[in-house]
Design a protein around this ligand. Structure first.
Ligand SMILES: Cc1cc2nc3c(=O)[nH]c(=O)nc-3n(C[C@H](O)[C@H](O)[C@H](O)COP(=O)(O)OP(=O)(O)OC[C@H]3O[C@@H](n4cnc5c(N)ncnc54)[C@H](O)[C@@H]3O)c2cc1C
Length: 333
């Protein structure tokens, strides 16, 4: 690992002041479960590391009537285990509880989860000079691409966004409070605008500037039924192959205000509008849920090795919808 200077500010403003205006020279450290790996692999080589652990007001979950807010330094384990949060947002608790293993959940934080770098093996290999490291090509496009994007249109780099909290938070209409150097109060970034498909070394998987930090995420508590369903290769330390997060109002058995977001299928979480339209105003049944699943996979352009993800999208969406509507989970019988 390259030597660096470690800072431990006491306020968010101080942390922002320590960051640089371009990416690469300074990095924020939350739980370190991603950053330290990248440093050990020489993919991240910052001169300064700015630890957020000394800023007291960045951690914690607050539930007040219609507003829920979760501090960026809140541990994934605390999100997974918070009883009231689980009642309101089972999708979030399920997604947080499925991340990594207990060690990762006890160290990893909400802010770090949203801002973690992608898992492409070409990007993570210090010897491969891919687009995101200033190189000229995406090696996954015609290389080993079984875990990569299936919605590839217009993307030079075919990573998938690695966060499993992201699709859920987008479905729940969450917003991030982001503090930068210019304003004296945080700006608000809707989570559906937070992610970005990077294609060069000067871009990240999100829209934050290099000297901005996420302070907290707010989720409106408006009574949406919600669920997240992941298909994994194995039920342990791994990222999902495909994830579907859904949220909707349920009036009797009719769904409205439907939001369906796919994870691990495109460089940013994929808002599945056709799937949402397929369910909007309909009774939630196995048939309508399956139709929404089919619509979610429409328009995909898989790579040579990942066509299998299309069927997984259909299944994940169908099961997430049925779970959110309280149907019996026949697949667990
Ligand atoms: C074996 C394993 C399995 C995993 N499985 C999953 C999975 O299934 N789903 C999933 O979503 N994740 C998974 N992860 C990833 C894990 O969730 C992330 O590593 C973790 O959430 C990162 O949080 P952290 O606090 O440790 O971040 P750090 O490593 O400290 O930081 C990660 C990045 O975020 C930036 N950052 C951190 N906090 C902020 C902030 N407040 N504002 C702006 N930038 C910030 C840092 O600068 C850094 O670039 C897995 C990880 C491992 C090792």
């Amino acid at each position: 690992m390259k030597n660096f200077t470690y800072y431990r500010p006491k306020t968010s403003e101080e942390a922002v002041g320590l960051l640089d205006s371009k990416w690469g020279t300074a990095e924020l450290l939350a739980g370190g479960t991603d950053l330290l790996d990248l440093q050990k692999e020489y993919v991240a080589q910052p001169d300064k590391v700015v630890g957020l652990g000394g800023i007291a007001n960045l951690a914690g979950i607050k539930i007040e009537n219609k507003d829920v807010s979760i501090g960026a330094m809140t541990k994934l384990a605390d999100i997974a285990e918070h009883a009231e949060l689980r009642k309101l947002f089972p999708a979030l608790a399920t997604a947080a509880g499925d991340i990594g293993g207990p060690q990762i959940r006890n160290m990893g934080t909400l802010g770090g989860n949203l801002c973690q770098r992608n898992r492409c093996w070409y990007f993570r290999d210090e010897h491969v000079h891919c687009l995101l490291k200033g190189g000229e090509k995406c090696f996954a496009l015609d290389g080993e691409n079984r875990y990569h994007a299936v919605f590839t249109q217009g993307h030079k780099c075919v990573i998938v966004n690695p966060s499993t909290l992201a699709p859920v938070l987008i479905a729940l209409k969450a917003e991030a409070a982001v503090l930068g150097p210019k304003a004296n109060k945080p700006r608000t970034v809707s989570l559906d605008k937070f992610f970005h498909a990077p294609s060069s070394a000067v871009e990240r998987e999100h829209v934050l500037a290099a000297n901005e930090i996420v302070e907290k995420v707010g989720i409106p508590n408006v009574g949406l039924k919600n669920a997240s369903y992941e298909v994994r290769h194995k039920q342990s330390y791994d990222w999902p192959l495909v994830q579907a997060a859904v949220a909707f109002k349920l009036d009797g058995s009719k769904a409205s205000d439907v939001r369906i977001v796919l994870g691990h299928v495109s460089p940013t979480p994929q808002i599945a509008q056709a799937a949402a339209r397929a369910l909007e105003g309909k009774e939630v049944t196995e048939q309508t849920a399956a139709a929404a699943g089919k619509a979610a996979a429409e328009g995909a352009k898989p790579l040579a090795q990942n066509g299998y993800k299309l069927k997984l999208i259909e299944v994940a969406v169908k099961r997430a919808i049925l779970t959110a509507a309280g149907h019996k989970k026949y697949w667990e019988a």
